[in-house]
Design a protein around this ligand. Structure first.
Ligand code: NAD
Length: 492
């Protein structure tokens, strides 16, 4: 994104040691409303000194916060959960304004984020260790889980409320302190969330916020006092973050991009499948890492499914997310829209058949709107079948059997989600067992797990070992210590 030097839009502030401050940066980018093009804010690219100040504030707060009993830390989390509930509508409106997704979708995403905070409220039990008595004569062993120190969070633009809540609440509940760098395209919701955490009683320095892009991220990944990095974004950047942070001795979980397949068997309930596919492929304008972007029909499923799917997709209302009747809003930037249009042109050139051409549907003049597009007769080698488009474009492939469909799905370099629509338990079981993806849906279009389970991408969709959320995340944000003690019995 081009750096700019001046506009009248307010600058995003940083949170350093409990105080909101303006950056001394000389480089800024624009935060725009994707539905209107209005400039909402200027995002400073925090300087290395500012990043250093944030990490030092977090490091300084660590000793007292990690020594705070987990039940007391949990009380802050309980208050935070209540404040997030009270501000749910404000947060959802901010998501819609800076990201473009529809209000119902935005509300749902805030709710899913709050579920992670609810999970984090259980930290006194979640962090419990294990004990074994008499591992040797008069010797006992036990494990305890201890926080790591300063952790870092770097989220993408597409869930401005939910993904930040995957990162800092649980890390902080575990006793860590945190430096958060919101998305460079949608940072405003996370700043409200940080303010609410302060209001909940979080001590100064436990959560800090800096802004920027690659240089800010690099300063965090290489900082001597940073212990762990939680990243969510595109696969190329995820791989870079993973390699760079690991080379500097950090623990890393890096969630990447996706190309999720949906398989429809001939026995499926077709009207339920259409509903699930529409929401998966075109909800959030296709900008979800769990969006279904390839549909594989098996046997004669295509004949029953496609006419209905194309008809219903053509009816979806493309409008600003603030209009309650909108089905999908704009994509995030003009550049993103151009990129998606270039994929549609590629699909045509590569010989796929346009069953629904989103370019032909009238959409609002202002903003980055694009209506749903469906390609039929897509072959596995085409770029629209292999690459992440991250927009409202669905590629349809045909397969003769479940085996062939599984081969198509498993050939993908990504492995985030995969879905099957069927009424047959045997087919569902076969699919769930053999599919190479970390999150599987059976008659569920978007099988994104709730916060009590890990968000478990595989292959090129994830770099690391322990995933975000659930018990995986508790392990990620803590270190295991084994204490072995001998106490011999003395006569009185
Ligand atoms: P992105 O990779 O462009 O940016 C993600 C974060 O990295 C942002 O905070 C950004 O400021 C920073 N960043 C960007 N370029 C960088 C660079 N060169 N070096 C260091 N940091 C950099 O991703 P995005 O466009 O914001 O989000 C969309 C992507 O995120 C899609 O690929 C989507 O599939 C993926 N995503 C994945 C998951 C998941 O859980 N697997 C969830 C949501 C989104």
């Amino acid at each position: 994104m081009a750096a700019i030097v001046s506009t009248n839009a307010p600058p995003c502030r940083m949170l350093l040691g409990g105080v909101w401050r303006e950056s001394q940066a000389t480089q800024f980018s624009e935060i725009t409303n994707p539905a209107t093009g209005e400039i909402l804010a200027r995002l400073p690219h925090s300087t290395r000194e500012e990043v250093n100040a944030a990490v030092e504030a977090a490091a300084g707060a660590f000793r007292a916060w990690s020594a705070t009993p987990p039940v007391e830390r949990a009380r802050v989390l309980f208050r935070y959960k209540m404040l997030l509930e009270e501000h749910l509508e404000e947060l959802a409106r901010q998501v819609t304004q800076e990201n473009g997704k529809t209000l119902p979708d935005a509300r749902g995403s805030v709710r899913r984020g709050i579920e992670v905070v609810e999970f984090a409220c259980g930290i006194p039990t979640l962090m419990m260790g294990r004990t074994a008595e008499n591992v040797g004569r008069d010797v006992d062993s036990s494990t305890v889980r201890q926080p790591l120190g300063v952790c870092v969070g770097i989220p993408p633009f597409n869930f401005p409320a939910m993904i930040p809540l995957w990162m800092f609440p649980l890390a902080i509940a575990c006793g860590n302190t945190f430096v958060f760098k919101p998305s460079d395209k949608a940072p405003l919701t996370a700043m409200i969330q940080a303010r609410l955490f302060q209001e909940a009683g979080l001590p100064a320095g436990v959560l800090n916020v800096v802004h920027g892009l690659k240089e800010t991220v690099d300063a965090l990944l290489t900082h001597r006092k940073v212990k762990a990095v939680s990243f969510v974004g595109s696969s190329a950047v995820a791989q870079y973050v993973y390699a760079t942070a690991a080379a500097h001795g950090k623990r890393v979980q890096a969630m990447g991009g996706a190309k999720n397949h949906m398989v429809v068997m001939p026995d499926a309930d077709m009207s339920a499948a259409v509903k699930g596919i529409l929401s998966s492929s075109f909800g959030s304008a296709g900008q979800r890492c769990m969006a279904g972007s390839v549909l594989v029909t098996v046997g004669d499923a295509a004949e029953k499914l496609l006419p209905l799917l194309v008809e219903e997709a053509g009816k979806l209302r493309v409008a600003p997310g603030t209009e309650e009747s909108a089905d999908l809003g704009p994509v995030i930037t003009r550049q993103a829209r151009e990129r998606i249009l270039s994929y549609i042109e590629k699909g045509e050139k590569e010989g796929a058949r346009l069953a629904l051409d989103g370019r032909r549907k009238a959409t609002p003049k202002e903003g980055n709107f694009l209506a749903p597009t469906i390609f039929d007769n897509v072959r596995p080698e085409m770029s629209i079948a292999r690459e992440e488009i991250f927009g409202p474009v669905l590629a349809v492939m045909r397969a003769g059997s479940l085996d062939e469909a599984l081969d198509r799905v498993n050939a993908s370099s990504y492995g985030n989600g995969a879905v099957i629509f069927t009424r047959d338990g045997g087919w569902a079981r076969e699919f769930s067992t053999r599919v190479q993806a970390g999150m599987v849906g059976v008659n569920v279009g978007v099988p994104a797990p709730t916060g009590i389970f890990p968000f478990a991408g595989w292959k090129g969709s994830f770099f690391g070992t322990l995933h975000a959320n659930g018990q995986d995340a508790v392990e990620f944000f803590t270190e295991t210590k084994v204490i072995t003690s001998r106490w011999e019995k003395r006569p009185l």
